[in-house]
Ligand binder design. Structure first.
Ligand code: UT7
Length: 329
C-alpha cells in the first residue's frame, strides 16, 4: 500500500496587504505587480512565528481526521523560516500542540520543501517507522523579506498548510511516484547570505542587509520555467499519463507566468491548475498544501483524482509528485 494524505488544513494570518500597500512607499505599481507576477494581495503575520502559523492549521487537520494529539507519532516541518536556527520548529510545534510521544525534524528545501517532506513522510509511513506523520509546510516570509527592495517585497506572503500522512486504504490511491532534484549550482541566485555558520550575524551583516533574501529574479525565473515544466512532463511520461488523465496540476506559486508556462508545456487548461498566488503570493513551503486544502474545502477534489504536484525553488531544488487523491467517498 502507498502512503497518502488523509487530512489537510491551512491557515493564513488575518492581515491583508494589497499591492497598493507597496505603492505607498516603493517605486512600484499595482499594474507591474499584477502583470509580472499575478499577485493581487498577500497576508503578513504581524505577531508570532512560523510555529504560530502552523498550530491552527495542525489543530484543524488533526480534528478533521477525528484524531487526538496523542495519535501523532512524527512531525515534519518544511520551512526556510524556522522559529530559530535551533531547536527544530517541529519540537516547538510538538510542544504547543501537546503531542505526548513523537519524534520529528525540520526540512530545508525552500519552495520544494513540502514536496521533499511529503516524499520523506510517505517513506517513513511505508517503512512502518511511523503511523501518522503531521506534515507541515509553512513560512513566515515577512521575517526575511527586504521590504525596501521592490524586486522582492511584493512577491512573498505568510501561511501554513498541514497534512496528515498515513497508509492508504486503497493500493491505487495515494503518493504513487516522485522525481526530485537538487543542484547547488543555482545556489548563487537565491539565498540568505548571513546568519548561518558561513557568515555569522554581526553588526556588519545587519548593516549590509545580509539577513534578507538575495534573489536574482531573472536567473531564477528562467531556471524555474524550464525545471518545473521538465519535471512535470517527466513524471507524466514515467507513469504513462496524458494531460487528459490529470484532474489538477498543483504547482508551487512563485509567479503566475511560471505556472502558466508549466501548464502550457503539459497542455493543461488553467481550469485544471490550482492557483492561489493572486490572494496569498509566494508562501514558499506553504503554497502546495494550502492550494490542496483550499480546493478540498471547496469540494473541488474527488477521491481518485490524479494530481501532479510540482515545485521549483532555492537550492536549486525542484521536483514533481504523482498522487491520486484518497480523501472523500
Ligand atoms: O519561489 C522561489 C523561486 N522564485 C522565483 O521563482 C521567482 C522567479 N522570478 C520572478 O518571478 C521574476 O523574475 C520577478 C517577478 C522577480 C521579476 O520579474 P521580471 O519580469 O523578471 O523582471 P526583471 O527582474 O527583469 O525586472 C524588469 C524591470 C527592472 O527595471 P529595469 O532594470 O528594466 O529598469 C526592475 O528593476 O522591472 C523592475 N522591477 C520593478 N518595477 C516595478 C522589479 N521589481 C519591480 C517592482 N515594481 N516591484
Amino acid at each position: 500500500m502507498p502512503a497518502t494524505i488523509t487530512s489537510i488544513a491551512h491557515y493564513f494570518p488575518p492581515d491583508v496587504y494589497p499591492n497598493s500597500y507597496f505603492e505607498q512607499y516603493l517605486e512600484t505599481s499595482n499594474e507591474w505587480i499584477v502583470e509580472r507576477t499575478g499577485i493581487l494581495e498577500r497576508r503578513f503575520a504581524n505577531n508570532g512565528a512560523t510555529s504560530d502559523l502552523i498550530v491552527p492549521a495542525a489543530k484543524a487537520c488533526i480534528e478533521q481526521r477525528g484524531l487526538k494529539p496523542s495519535d501523532i507519532d512524527c512531525i515534519i516541518v518544511a520551512t526556510v523560516t524556522p522559529d530559530h536556527m535551533f531547536p527544530a520548529t517541529a519540537a516547538i510545534v510538538q510542544h504547543k500542540l501537546g503531542i505526548p510521544r513523537a519524534w520529528g525534524f525540520d526540512l530545508s528545501a525552500a519552495c520544494s520543501g513540502f514536496l521533499f517532506a511529503l516524499v520523506t513522510a510517505a517513506n517513513i509511513v511505508e517503512a512502518g517507522t511511523a503511523r501518522n506523520v503531521l506534515l507541515c509546510g509553512a513560512d513566515k516570509m515577512s521575517a526575511i523579506v527586504d521590504f525596501q527592495d521592490r524586486a522582492q517585497a511584493v512577491l512573498f506572503g505568510d501561511g501554513a498548510g498541514v497534512a496528515l500522512i498515513e497508509m492508504s486504504d486503497d493500493e491505487e490511491l495515494g503518493i504513487l511516484d516522485q522525481v526530485l532534484y537538487i543542484d547547488g549550482e543555482g545556489g548563487k541566485y537565491l539565498y540568505q547570505a548571513a546568519g548561518g555558520s558561513a557568515k555569522p550575524a554581526s553588526l556588519e551583516t545587519v548593516q549590509n542587509r545580509e539577513h534578507y533574501i538575495h534573489q536574482e529574479g531573472q536567473a531564477v525565473f528562467k531556471a524555474a520555467v524550464k525545471g518545473m515544466a521538465d519535471v512535470s512532463l517527466e513524471i507524466l511520461q514515467r507513469n504513462n499519463l496524458t494531460k487528459d488523465d490529470i484532474a489538477y496540476l498543483v504547482p508551487h506559486q512563485a509567479n503566475m507566468r511560471i505556472i502558466s508556462a508549466t501548464a502550457e508545456r503539459m497542455g493543461l487548461p488553467l481550469e485544471k491548475v490550482m492557483v492561489n498566488i493572486d490572494k496569498f503570493a509566494n508562501t514558499t513551503a506553504a503554497t502546495i498544501p494550502t492550494c490542496l486544502s483550499q480546493w478540498w474545502e471547496e469540494g473541488k477534489l474527488k477521491r481518485g483524482d490524479k494530481l501532479i504536484l510540482a515545485s521549483f525553488g532555492a537550492g536549486f531544488t525542484w521536483g514533481a509528485v504523482y498522487m491520486r487523491w484518497s480523501m472523500g467517498k
